[in-house]
Design a protein around this ligand. Structure first.
Ligand SMILES: [Cu+2]
Length: 245
């Protein structure tokens, strides 16, 4: 189904991708309601989060837009809980969705952009592909970004790999100024599975002249950043810089 600009597609063309069958298969069987997670002992300094009530069959019915979350954290915030919609108009929201299943240190997500090369020069307005080699993820899991954004917890496949997808985001740079995250020059969610471990995105209209940063954003099926088992690790994402001439 076509999606609106600036969601999971790039800015220049109509996205004709259909949602993959992953919608119905991105929940590992062992993540269904289990009678609740044990209390997590609380976050130091915040008084602790009480144990949560478990997930009653999250994401099992994509047609209904998923589950709005079962934790109670947001009740303390007086903020509207996330409801599967992206918040585009400046509204601050709160998510009760649990982080989900966290992989082993042996299955952490890692990737590298192999094309273009870092520092490459590319002709303006000329199509090019971004290729990403990725490990630690079963790609192709892509919840509906219009109705299920952040609704589902992270899940693993039977081999312990995060079930997720990546995105490519390209921003124009202006020296050392911080790029504005609200205006990527190109963005696309990668809902298709990797081929031989490589994800490919066509920047099919190229880019105007300028210097750019090209980054991955590796995510769980629900579009949240991947959740990893240790803090001290290599980045789950890669960025390169290119010059468009
Ligand atoms: Cu996404």
């Amino acid at each position: 189904m076509p999606r609106k600009m600036d969601q999971e597609q790039h800015f220049y063309s109509t996205n004709t991708e259909a949602f993959p069958s992953a919608l119905s298969q991105n929940i590992a069987p062992n993540t269904f309601g289990k009678g609740g997670n044990p209390g997590n002992g609380g976050n130091p300094g915040k008084g602790g989060n009480p144990g949560k009530g478990g997930n009653p069959g999250k994401g099992g019915n994509p047609g209904k837009g998923g589950n709005p979350g079962t934790g109670d954290f947001c009740s303390k915030t007086n903020l509207p809980p996330t409801n599967g919609l992206q918040s585009k108009n400046g509204q601050v929201t709160c998510s009760n969705t649990e982080l989900g299943v966290i992989p082993s240190v042996n299955n952490m997500v890692s990737c590298i952009i192999t094309s273009p090369q870092n520092g490459a020069q590319i002709k303006q307005n000329q199509a090019f592909n971004v290729n990403v080699k990725i490990t630690g993820m079963e790609t192709g899991h892509f919840d509906n970004p219009d109705t299920q954004y952040y609704l589902n917890s992270q899940t693993l496949n039977a081999n312990g790999l995060i079930q997720g997808h990546s995105h490519i985001t390209i921003q124009q740079l202006n020296g050392d100024n911080i790029p504005d995250p609200k205006i990527p020059a190109f963005f696309k969610g990668l809902n298709d599975p990797a081929q031989n471990g490589v994800l490919t995105v066509a920047v099919d209209k190229g880019l105007p002249k300028g210097s750019y940063r090209v980054c991955t954003m590796n995510s769980s099926g629900g579009h949240q950043p991947v959740v990893m088992p240790v803090a001290q690790r290599g980045s789950q994402d890669d960025c390169i810089r290119i010059n468009v001439i």
